[in-house]
Design a protein around this ligand. Structure first.
Ligand code: ASP
Ligand code: MG
Length: 596
């Protein structure tokens, strides 16, 4: 007998008819001889409705009471679902997060799961009941109701699947799987048959709406196989599982985060540890930051830019205002009219020219790139919000994500769609649950040092459409493989571009840099004594505290960080070559408890 977790999102339980349809799906699974745990969201747009009620009363409602309020949406659905199941003749029982024993920390509206007790669910399952669990909610040590963040029912579902060692976690939604990008924005998007945890996590965290990114962290950590499928059809859907060798393309998907906000802190004293203090404030406020870029240092001061989600913009403004005073920066600027377009793929770690292709695509449709940030498996460009959709489409097309796979390609990639039968054992594994103090604790896979890098920075380039494409064309002509790329916002419509290349490219990159400087009348700096330190794991960017701990550890041992690259599976920083070894040692010590 298999144990299956089925999650139904808001649209799949929007009215009583759909609730009945979901109930019938669960019964069908039960009649196949399986035990079934259902996890449900609030009906339709109920959560939005509850939030708007509170906002009618107050701009910034008390967060404890907001969680109390929002959790009621799911409570309605579980009761109706149990009633539906019983009316269809099947035994059922509904539980709130607290009744199951989903323990979380006390961070209202973004609580993280610490532990789940399975006894009560197991008992009900053994009595032949279908168990219905409220998604998105838990309870803290003082029995306050907490919620896991918008879209958090996915996380509940995968977490329950992990805790129960379920054979499968089916996510029923209003689309029939994971697409190369959002089909509502780009109709030519294609469904993926399968995608790896790392790619899905990165896409989800960069704005792909399909799944709550924390749910994928769980799935990866515990080896849970996730099947995303439509609640309105029996189409095959998409399997999210362990890595696959992708034969076809370097990029598997593109994502748009439409509501981003750029913050630039101007005139930050360029002393070790100062930028670290800035980000510590954001880590304390649990506001994730992305696309961190530092500018050149003029008169001992630098400008630091980064992005936050617009949902967090109001709080971010308070945090940054305080930080500016504390670190003695000059001032800050906020641009709330930007969007982030990203492409993601495991294949790009092995292929050159991927970034260049993206920049070209945007350049050809006249989109100006305001900032660039890359990491091992993603490239993000910050653009004006009005350009967002054009840019997303262009990137999607450039990587041929709109083209149907041929039979041969399909069979090749299908050949790697192997769901390990003992899938649970394939994850970071069972013993983890007992090792971690919280199920959502971050897991570090290791600290790596690459001390064979060269950093090139081009200062004061004219910030206009096509700039990055032209620069990286020249680099590509020299057949130079580029690793980290950062474009930062400069003053007076000027931009800086920094990138790293392997040391063996020093000579050729020097020649290319000369050319670029001559044609743009810009100046440059080449530092051949740099090293890259990376911490690998999963959920590294969304666990706001981790990158901060990395910066702090390095600052405490006097290692200065010049370039930062962030993704969910890797945080990389560039440091002085002589500091590489000591940096690695200290990072290994710092993360020893999280490394398995
Ligand atoms: N009802 C919550 C929301 O709308 C949780 C969820 O649907 O996953 O965000
Ligand atoms: Mg949802």
């Amino acid at each position: 007998m298999a144990l299956i977790v089925q999650k139904f999102g808001g649209t799949s339980v929007a009215d009583t008819k759909r609730i009945s349809a979901a109930a019938r799906r669960a019964i069908r699974e039960a009649h196949n001889g399986n035990q079934v745990v259902m996890v449900v969201s609030a009906m339709g747009k109920q959560t939005d409705h509850l939030i708007s009620l509170a906002k009618e009363l107050c701009d910034r409602p008390n967060t404890r009471e907001m969680d109390m309020l929002m959790s009621t949406g799911e409570q309605v659905t579980i009761a109706l679902m149990a009633i539906a199941l019983e009316s269809l003749g099947h035994k059922a029982v509904s539980f709130t997060g607290a009744q199951i024993g989903i323990r979380t920390d006390a961070t209202y509206s973004k609580a993280r799961i610490r532990s789940i007790s399975t006894d009560r669910m197991r008992k009900a399952l053994d009595e032949g009941k279908i168990v219905i669990a409220a998604g998105f909610q838990g309870v803290d040590d003082d029995f306050n109701i907490t919620t896991l963040g918008r879209g958090g029912s996915d996380t509940t579902a995968v977490a329950l699947a992990a805790a129960l060692k379920a054979d499968r976690c089916d996510i029923y939604t209003d689309v029939d799987g994971v697409y190369t990008t959002d089909p509502r924005i780009v109709p030519e998007a294609r469904r993926l048959e399968r995608i790896s945890y790392d790619e899905m996590l990165e896409l989800a965290s960069l704005g792909a709406g399909v799944m709550h990114s924390r749910s994928i962290e769980f799935a990866k950590k515990f080896g849970t196989i996730v099947h995303v499928r439509s609640s309105f059809s029996d189409n095959p859907g998409t399997i999210i599982g362990p890595d696959v060798e992708r034969v076809d393309a370097p990029v598997c998907g593109a994502a748009l985060a439409k509501d981003e906000t750029r913050i630039t802190v101007i005139g930050v004293p360029d002393e070790p540890g100062v930028a670290m203090r800035l980000f510590s404030k954001f880590a304390d406020a649990k506001i994730p930051t992305d696309m961190i870029a530092q500018n050149s240092s003029a008169k001992g001061r630098t400008d630091v830019s980064f992005t936050v989600q617009s949902d967090d913009a109001l709080r971010a403004r308070d945090v940054v205002a305080e930080a500016v005073k504390e670190i003695n920066a000059e001032r800050f600027e906020i641009d709330e009219n930007v969007a982030k377009v990203s492409v993601v793929g495991l294949g790009m770690t092995k292929q050159a020219g991927v970034a260049q292709k993206m920049f070209h695509a945007l350049s050809e449709c006249g989109v100006n790139i305001q900032m660039i940030a890359t990491s091992d498996i993603k490239i993000s460009a910050l653009v004006g919000r009005d350009d967002a959709v054009t840019a997303l489409r262009a990137a999607h097309r450039a990587f041929k994500l709109d083209v149907e796979l041929t039979e041969e390609e399909r069979s090749k990639s299908a050949g790697s769609v192997q769901i390990p039968s003992d899938s649970f054992e394939k994850g970071v594994s069972t013993h983890l649950i007992s090792h971690l103090t919280g199920m959502e604790d971050v897991v570090v896979e290791g600290v790596e040092l690459d001390d064979d890098q060269v950093r090139v920075t081009l200062y004061d380039l004219p910030d206009r459409p096509g700039l990055a494409a032209e620069v990286f064309d020249k680099v590509a002509e020299g057949r130079i493989i580029v690793d980290m790329i950062v474009q930062s916002v400069g003053r007076d419509s000027l931009a800086n571009i920094t990138f790293t290349v392997p040391r063996e490219e020093l000579e050729s990159v020097t020649a290319v840099t000369k050319q670029v400087c001559a044609s743009y009348e810009c100046h440059s700096e080449i530092d051949s004594r740099v090293a890259k330190l990376s911490v690998r794991g999963s959920g590294l960017r969304s666990h706001t505290g981790l990158a901060y701990r990395m910066f702090k550890t390095l600052s405490d041992c006097n290692v200065n960080v010049s370039v930062i690259s962030l993704s969910e599976r890797c945080v990389g920083v560039l440091v002085d070559k002589d500091h590489g070894a000591i940096g690695r040692e200290n990072l290994q010590r710092e993360f020893a408890n999280e490394t398995f």
